[in-house]
Design a protein around this ligand. Structure first.
Ligand code: ARG
Length: 418
């Protein structure tokens, strides 16, 4: 194990100059070993920061107690759930955000917020460096490093897992040697997990056998569809300008609404995604996602958006949605283009107001009804009744004649040449 290589990028911490470190601390093995290691290797003080984003089943007090026992000079916990929902998940909903057609980006959305909270805490507590537990193989290092470098050029970044060349066995040995409690024992946890209120992912170990279906023990959130109730359940989601605002007629704060929709989805086996993904750093990876709330809410939002938008808006927006998702995935949350695109998303969502009913049944979430005061839909025009007013069937042949003009000309010209 080494105290780190010479920095390659200007934002990386120079081991000589690290005095007080803000460590993004989860309480897991990597960041616990890190808490000790930073003090030992760099003689630096460590302030820990743990950010709550709706990870189910975490014991925040136990995490703080552990950090304090291991010598942290300050142990901060920030509940950022509301900000996460309002400023990260809500924009993602307006942008129908899915990366690679299947991943609703919950991890990617969380990282810039975690980094932003870390920057504020580092400044407030006089830290010169932010340390995190990302490896050198994943996307999260890109998201966290890029955000810190953009928001706080005066701070340095330390990612010990990227450099310390300890595997899990060595980390456990290190933990034993230095009396670092290993939560959940030294049994190898089967998968690498990340979760928050917008979803959960599992990677690694047998999930890497891409020619095999995922084993049942991956699923800790969503009921297996085979075991879901035989009776379907309907959920009715109300939107105001593209933002989810009510569930079955009850107005709810966004965090609670997401949690309740997730609960219904979990019961009905909704939101399992087996995803082959292109990481920003080049590797391909397979993730198993459990994303019940995102699956249901995004389906409802897309349906309502289509109903109130014109054919031109609908055709155009999909490509911007894709680009938005890519920027988010790539860790460029604070890239000005993302803000520019957001302005468009807000404008395009102004009239995305109404209600959508989604039927949950044994793994599927299907939109079955919708209504909006801004629907560009008029039953009397759409049906086969006598036409009149805004629409005349008698006008259709004239439209078709002009609409097909170039196609007809192309055929005529080619016939003549032949
Ligand atoms: N592949 C996703 C992403 O890059 C999720 C990664 C979550 N990490 C994990 N260890 N499961 O955003």
């Amino acid at each position: 194990m080494s105290a780190g290589h010479r920095p390659i990028a200007a934002y990386q911490a120079d081991p000589e100059q690290v005095a007080r470190v803000l460590l993004l601390y989860s309480g897991g093995l990597d960041t616990s070993v890190m808490l000790h290691w930073i003090q030992a290797e760099y003689g630096a003080e460590v302030v820990t920061l743990t950010v709550e984003l709706g990870q189910p089943g975490e014991d925040w007090e136990a995490i703080v107690a552990k950090a304090r026992d291991m010598g942290a000079v300050e142990t901060l916990v920030v509940d950022a759930r509301e900000e996460f929902a309002a400023d990260f998940v809500a924009p993602a909903i307006r942008a129908n955000a899915l990366y690679g057609g299947g991943y609703p980006l919950f991890t990617a959305l969380a990282r810039p917020l975690i980094a932003k909270v870390a920057v504020a805490a580092a400044r407030e507590h006089g830290c010169d460096t932010i340390a995190h537990g990302c490896t050198g193989k994943g996307n999260d290092q890109v998201r966290i490093d890029a955000t810190i470098a953009a928001l706080a050029p005066e701070l340095r970044v330390l990612a010990p897992v990227r450099e310390w060349e300890m595997g899990r066995e060595e980390e456990i040995a290190y933990a034993r040697e230095h009396r670092i409690p290993v939560s959940g024992g030294t049994e190898r946890p089967p998968y690498s997990i990340d979760d928050n209120l917008w979803g959960r992912s599992s990677e690694g170990r047998v999930i890497e056998e891409i020619d095999q279906p995922p084993p049942d023990d991956v699923f800790r959130l969503v009921t297996r569809p085979e075991e879901a109730p035989d009776e379907p359940e309907l959920v009715r989601i109300g939107f105001e300008s593209g933002r989810p605002a009510s569930l079955d007629g009850d107005e709810l704060a966004l965090v609670e609404l997401i949690e309740r929709v997730a609960g219904a989805g979990c019961r009905h086996g909704v939101g399992i995604v087996d995803h082959i993904e292109d990481r920003i750093v080049g590797l391909k990876v397979r993730d198993i996602y459990e994303v019940p709330a995102a699956t249901i809410i995004l389906a409802a939002h897309r349906d309502l958006e289509k109903l109130v938008s014109t054919i031109h808006q609908n055709n155009f927006k999909a490509s911007l949605d894709n680009h938005w998702a890519y920027l988010c995935y790539a860790g460029l949350w604070y890239e000005p283009l993302r803000t520019d695109l957001d302005a468009y998303m807000v404008a395009a969502n102004e009239f995305v107001t109404g209600e959508v009913t989604v039927k949950l049944y044994k793994g599927s979430a299907t939109v079955v009804a919708r209504s909006s005061p801004y629907a560009l839909y008029d039953k009397s025009l759409a049906g086969f009744s006598e036409s009149g007013g805004e629409f005349s069937q008698l006008a259709s042949p004239g439209f078709i004649e002009l609409f097909s003009l170039q196609t007809r000309m192309a055929h005529a010209v080619r016939r003549r040449d032949r």
